[in-house]
Design a protein around this ligand. Structure first.
Ligand code: PEP
Ligand code: MN
Length: 333
């Protein structure tokens, strides 16, 4: 960390600042720059909130060198070498494909969808049972019953089950039924939930909040990793911008930024970003082209009758077509 001292500082104030830093456990190297004093602060600043230094009147600016996300950062010694699930390694040349309906609606529906996505080469079956809907009057999911349907169907087709948790009290239930526990965009900063998931040994799929920066997303991952769970997958799903023609704006740069800063795998959900089925396949291909490690796609046997997000769900035919294109695309990467 580097602290620039204001020209015209008061001697006593600078003394107080230095003594505060030493008491906090840092070493200081002081240099007289062309126009101001520069303090180089040496030591582990992970747990230090640099903004507190602005309380000293002599502080002009503070520049962080070390990123505050210690566990997720790229050069972390404990970083897993490969992104593996059930002994299968995934990466941009062999992307993890999770597909399924927005919500589990019935045993017949989830079975038909699982059968199709498996045939097309998907690895995971998604389906919400606890739905965080914007309106309390909309379908809220089948709860435990839906989670069991998803779990049984995923097992039947040898697919990884993926479902969203909204409340930490449901964790034991999810741990008994679900392979990959999803944290939705609306809960990315639900720190109690993240801490609880940090104690779990299940893989956590952490979606980016639609009003959150990449740094904030990585800090949320940090809550899970620093509590002991080393298995986290990031998922970009679009952010809110001033552009109203898509549901959200798919921020593909964030895949590059997150992969540059961290060792965590990053997948992309183009369905919730697009909000309309026509844009899903092109965005999915773009995501793989920038180096995403996988995709999460909403698929429905009858999108026009879906209880949630039918407008952005791919039909079986569209999903088959996308999967065939993906095979050619990843070979060309
Ligand atoms: C979902 O995947 O079903 C979902 C609600 O997504 P998000 O949290 O990204 O809105
Ligand atoms: Mn959805």
């Amino acid at each position: 960390m580097i602290v620039l001292v204001k020209p015209g500082y008061l001697e006593n104030d600078l003394k107080a600042l230095k003594s505060h830093l030493v008491h906090t456990g840092f070493a200081i190297q002081e240099t007289q720059g062309a126009s101001q004093i520069v303090l180089y602060i040496l030591g582990d600043t992970t747990r230090f909130d640099e903004k507190t230094l602005y309380a000293f009147a002599c502080v002009d600016s503070v520049i962080r060198v070390q990123k505050p996300f210690k566990e997720s950062q790229k050069n972390n010694a404990q970083a897993p070498r490969d992104f593996m699930l059930n002994n299968v390694t995934y990466h941009k040349k062999h992307p993890l494909i999770i597909a399924g309906p927005c919500s589990v609606e019935s045993a017949v529906q989830i079975d038909a969808i699982a059968h199709h996505v498996k045939q097309c080469g998907a690895h995971g079956l998604r389906g919400g049972a606890y739905k965080p809907r914007t309106s309390p009057y909309n379908f809220q999911g089948l709860g435990e019953k839906g989670l069991k349907m998803l779990s049984e169907t995923a097992k039947k087709y040898d697919l990884l089950s993926v479902s969203e948790i909204t409340n930490k009290d449901d964790l034991p239930l999810f741990e008994s039924l679900i392979d990959i526990i999803q944290v939705g965009a609306r809960n990315m900063q639900n720190y109690d939930l993240l801490k609880a998931l940090g104690k779990s040994r299940k893989t956590i799929l952490l979606k980016r909040g639609f009003v959150n920066t990449v740094d904030e997303w990585l800090m949320s991952a940090e809550y899970i990793l620093s509590n002991g769970n080393r298995s986290v997958i990031l998922c970009e799903r679009g952010i809110r911008t001033f552009e109203p023609s898509t549901r959200h704006t798919l921020d593909l740069s964030s895949v590059l930024v997150a992969k540059k800063l961290s060792h965590l795998p990053v997948i992309v959900d183009p369905s919730h970003a697009a909000g309309t089925f026509e844009f899903v396949a092109p965005l999915a291909k773009a995501a793989l082209a920038v180096g995403a490690d996988g995709l999460m796609i909403e698929v429905h046997d009858a999108p026009e009758r879906a209880l949630s997000d039918g407008n952005q769900s791919l039909t079986f035919k569209n999903f088959s077509h996308l999967m065939a294109t993906i095979k050619t695309l990843v070979n060309a990467l």
